[in-house]
Design a protein around this ligand. Structure first.
Ligand SMILES: *Cc1c(COP(=O)(O)O)cnc(C)c1O
Ligand SMILES: [Zn+2]
Length: 453
């Protein structure tokens, strides 16, 4: 039997497949090299038929996921593969490429929440992950599928992505772990040092191009057309399958209780689509009985989704994104727009924006309560502050902020803030180190001055 026949037979029996987000009827195997609908050009999504999943009731699913969380059992100790039946059930154990991502801490931000006026504030630290951002959640799935495709004799030889920094770090790491070559397209001079050095260290082919993210995206789509190089950007909806576990994980960590709000910084709009998809699945299978309200937080310098929201989503607005400290969301033409509109509309959601000054201060303020937040988390926290001031988020609301990356990837941002050298930023919480002579009296005077003020 030829592999084409095998593949179509497998698709026939599968209850998990790619389908068009715009509703075209064709199904495609998730092991096919395909990213958009061949009929209408829209994005695909991985669809899980609900009937087979209803063989377990809500309590059985909850008990199963609870029992696997944070164990060392392969591959269920991963936050993603602990939910494998909801992710990619057909993936063989030996093809799972995992470094036990997920299961990140969700903690009560007691002091910050009280200062902001929402005492029930929680931070989901997705940056406490292998490569320092939530992108690991999606990459474990995508690279695992590629490994299985290669094991089955696919023509794919390598993986590639355009990146604002964190996607490439995750792809390079998971590809290196699996022994698959990775090609990375970065906008030259527009990513942080840590973000640039991660794929370099992991042995990826790193190509820095004289353009922005959207320009890199066009080139990578051209390069991946011949099907020997597999596209790993979030227009590839396999990544969404991994990323959707974050919402499920949050609810699991709250003992299956749904928070009132989840605020998430957005750029290409894959992650908010993923968040929504996870909640939709839980709702359909009866694990939860309501949606949280999702808030998409954008940097004002790169705010096409905010502008689209303001016009009631009548038209998709695109733009040339301006320079922003939140470089991972510097995107002017978001690829997952259609899915994200649905995420906002179906959760009674909101889109709000933050200026450079607001995001930097929000990040610094959070740090003063013991965090070390990345600028994107700063965008989400600034948006939280605005929505509290507007009375939209009430003091009794249970609110989660998704922290998307580790602050240590953005030390240039932190240093610039506290040295007061950032453009458009006043640094009201600047706390620069003071240089003193090695003299005990001078030191005592300085301490006395500080502790008395
Ligand atoms: C990728 C990324 C985002 C945005 O996610 P999208 O899916 O592009 O909307 C936000 N924060 C960080 C740190 C990221 O790396
Ligand atoms: Zn279609």
């Amino acid at each position: 039997m030829s592999s084409v026949v095998e593949a179509s037979a497998a698709l026939e029996n599968s209850t998990v497949y790619f389908r068009c987000v715009a509703g075209c009827s064709a199904k495609h195997s998730i092991y096919d090299v395909i990213y958009t609908c061949p009929t209408c050009g829209n994005l695909l999504e991985v669809h899980h038929e609900r009937e087979p999943l209803k063989k377990k009731n809500a309590y059985q699913w909850q008990a199963l996921f609870d029992s696997r969380a944070s164990t060392s059992v392969w591959p269920h100790g991963s936050g993603v593969w602990g939910m494998r039946e909801w992710v990619i059930p057909s993936l063989a154990d030996e093809n799972v490429v995992s470094m036990f991502e997920g299961n990140t801490n969700l903690f009560w931000a007691e002091r910050l929440g009280k200062q902001l006026g929402v005492p029930d504030l929680w931070i989901k630290l997705c940056g406490n992950s292998h490569t320092g951002s939530f992108k690991d959640l999606g990459m474990t799935v995508l690279v695992s599928v590629v490994k299985q495709m290669m094991a089955q004799g696919s023509s794919v030889e390598a993986v590639a992505c355009a990146s604002t920094g964190d996607t490439s770090a995750a792809l390079a790491a998971y590809a290196a772990y699996a022994g698959i070559p990775a090609v990375i397209f970065l906008p030259a001079g527009k990513v942080s040092t840590a973000q640039l050095i991660q794929p370099v260290a992991n042995g990826a082919h790193v190509l820095a191009l004289d353009t922005d993210f959207d320009g890199c995206m066009k080139i990578v789509q051209e390069v991946t057309k011949d099907n020997s190089i597999y596209l790993a950007n979030s227009m590839n909806s396999l990544r969404i399958e991994g990323q959707k576990t974050v919402g499920i994980e949050i609810v699991r960590q709250f003992e299956w209780e749904v928070p009132d709000w989840i605020i998430i910084p957005v750029g290409n709009l894959g992650n908010i689509s993923a968040l929504h998809k996870g909640f939709q699945l839980m709702l359909d299978l009866g694990l939860i009985n309501r949606m949280p309200r999702l808030v998409a937080a954008q940097a004002q310098k790169a705010n096409p989704f905010y502008e689209s929201y303001k016009n009631g989503f009548k038209d998709k607005i695109t733009m040339t994104a301006q320079d922003t400290l939140a470089n991972a969301i510097r995107i002017g033409d978001p690829v997952s727009y259609v899915k994200a509109v649905k995420a906002v509309q179906e959760t009674d959601g909101i889109v709000e924006q933050a200026s450079e000054d607001e995001l930097a201060d929000a990040s610094a303020h959070a740090d003063l309560t013991g965090m070390f937040t990345c600028p994107h988390t700063g965008v989400a926290l600034a948006v939280l502050t605005k929505l509290i001031k507007k009375g939209v988020i009430k003091s009794s609301d249970k609110t989660v902020v998704i922290s998307t990356a580790h602050g240590l990837k953005f030390t240039d941002f932190k240093v610039g803030y506290h040295e007061q050298t950032l453009k458009d930023v006043n640094s009201q919480y600047a706390n620069p180190a003071v240089h003193l002579p090695a003299d005990a009296n001078a030191v005592k005077d300085e301490i006395a001055k500080r502790l008395s003020s």
